[in-house]
Unconditional design. Structure first.
Length: 118
């Protein structure tokens, strides 16, 4: 793989920071909002397609995670919310770890708009 240029390195670092912010959001939820804002700001910046796929993946992780989080919170009253929130936590961790792995290999995420991990 060729060495990325400086602006590309900055975008790679931002994408890595976003994955970390999503992981930190499991303890401090506000960091997920910061991550999705960074992803929206960077997604239209000129960059290689492989890198753009990570920003798409992060935006989708945020919105799909919000669906899981809201459903889990609403259904807490009938107990089913507990396993949903546990699933949400595991889902976020796996998505972020796999995303960082693809990012470190400078590869596109294979399914940035999917629900699962690929």
């Amino acid at each position: 793989m060729e060495n990325p240029s400086y602006p590309e390195v900055k975008l790679i670092d931002n994408a890595r920071l976003n994955y970390i912010l999503f992981l930190v959001s499991l303890a401090f939820g506000i960091t997920a909002i910061i991550a999705v804002v960074i992803a929206y700001i960077n997604k239209d910046t000129p960059m290689p397609d492989w890198l753009k796929s990570h920003y798409t993946y992060q935006i989708n992780t945020f919105w799909k995670g919000m669906v899981l989080l809201v459903v889990g919170a609403i259904t807490l009253v009938i107990i089913i919310g507990i396993p949903i929130l546990i699933l949400f936590t595991v889902w976020v961790i796996i998505r972020c770890v796999k995303g960082i792995r693809y990012l470190d290999m400078q590869q596109a995420h294979p399914n940035p708009e999917g629900w699962w991990f690929d």
